[in-house]
Design a protein around this ligand. Structure first.
Ligand code: NAD
Ligand code: GDC
Length: 342
């Protein structure tokens, strides 16, 4: 098949391209940056800014009718990023979502996949610990994560209306915090799993690591291989409405840090500091995806985090050998790129 993956310079997009190439597909990649850690195996890589209609349509005009379009491109990151760049995120991502969806309609793509997020869920339902896991109907009445979450809900609805009004076959996954090798692990856009690994690796035993909040916050974290496999299942299945794609293994951030420490038997103390916290407790209810697609995650947090920990450690050793100085603590990213504020 001829397949387009946008956001192919990013974490999930790049891993999806690798899987599709391994399956023997013809894969076209699009992103305004190339993958950070390894070369893309895509058959062709369009280095474009998808906020612009012309640049987006040029891909479709040049390649012809796609069998599948996976739109993963978005200006996004962990809480350190999405809590501090609401206008930037909404403006960029809504343009990307709209341009790619419209081009897919105009150039008659056979199927379209959109990567939504658990941040689309009503935050009022995530204010306590041990909340009931989020099921798909709990996105409405809507009160999603400020900025980022609203754009996700908007784009979900756009997918629904393009299906209802134009007959475009659209599929939507609400990803729940995805982690793994090739994921962002420093610079401020990283999410908690990579942040905890980096902090532990860069802190000598008996030292201390910083944790935003009290560490009692709860999340579930889905390993990248489960994410890629579930994405293909949703795209190629017959269920047209948004589906959770996440782990239902609930963990407290304190415990996430403890698991990271266990890999090299480090004994570090936790220093609780102010930081962007997001919701108090969030978990994925996987009963609907299990019912309609027979899918459930297969990689445990301990297994996935160990792979991630040692991959990040390898990256750190490479950078240290190049004389790059690295910080253990998390930062709020500075966005100075003129494309962002231009
Ligand atoms: P990522 O930031 O690694 O990848 C996103 C890619 O989009 C980046 O490579 C970026 O360069 C590209 N992009 C941004 N603006 C662009 C533009 N104007 N033109 C072209 N490319 C542009 O993020 P990811 O973790 O791989 O996430 C992929 C998708 O899944 C995103 O839509 C994200 O919102 C969604 N998602 C991810 C998670 C997660 O935990 N990783 C959770 C929920 C939803
Ligand atoms: O960043 P994140 O993984 O995103 O944060 C999870 C929890 O971990 C938060 O309560 C955060 O305060 C806490 N935390 C403690 N220390 C640290 O050093 C740290 N770094 C980070 N990053 N977190 C720390 C995410 C969104 C994604 C995506 C997923 C979907 O929200 O950022 O864009 O949409 O949700 O599930 P999180 O899970 O709040």
């Amino acid at each position: 098949m001829l397949i387009l993956v946008t956001g192919a310079g990013g974490f999930i997009g790049h891993c999806l391209v690798k899987k599709l190439k391994a399956d023997g597909e013809t894969v076209i990649a699009a992103d305004w940056k190339y993958p950070e850690f390894e070369r893309s195996p895509a058959d062709r890589f369009f280095n474009v800014d998808l906020r612009y209609k012309e640049e987006t349509e040029a891909i479709f005009r040049s390649c012809g009718q796609f069998d599948e379009v996976y739109n993963l491109a978005a200006n996004m990151g962990g809480m350190g990023f999405i809590e501090n760049y609401r206008a930037l995120i909404m403006r960029d991502s809504v343009l990307i979502s709209t341009n790619v969806l419209e081009a897919a309609r105009k150039y008659q793509a056979r199927r379209f996949f959109y990567s939504s997020s658990a941040c689309a869920y009503n935050t009022e339902l995530q204010k306590d610990l041990n909340n009931p896991a989020l099921s798909e109907d709990m996105a409405y009445p809507a009160m999603p994560e400020a900025g980022y979450g609203w754009e996700k809900l908007f784009s979900e609805l756009l997918c629904q209306y393009f299906r209802e009004d134009y007959g475009l076959v659209t599929r939507v996954a609400r990803y729940h915090n995805v982690y793994g090798p090739n994921g962002t692990w420093r610079g401020g856009r990283e999410k908690a799993p990579a942040a905890m690994c980096r902090k532990v690796i860069l802190t000598a035993s008996k030292g201390e690591i910083e944790i935003w909040g009290d560490g009692k916050q709860q999340r579930s974290f889905m390993f990248i291989d489960d994410c890629v496999e579930g994405t293909l299942k949703i795209m190629r299945g017959d269920y047209p409405h948004p589906l959770n794609l996440g782990s239902d293994e609930l963990v407290e951030i304190n415990h996430l840090a403890d698991i990271a420490m266990s890999f090299e038997k480090k004994h570090l103390t936790k220093k609780y500091i102010e930081g962007p916290l997001g919701v108090r407790g969030r978990n994925s209810d996987n009963s609907l995806i299990q019912k309609v697609l027979g899918w459930r995650p297969s990689i445990s947090l301990n297994t996935g985090l160990e792979k991630t920990y040692f991959w990040i450690k390898g990256e750190i050793e490479t950078l240290r050998a190049q004389g790059v100085g690295l910080e253990a603590s998390s930062e709020i990213p500075e966005v100075t790129d003129k494309r962002y504020v231009g």
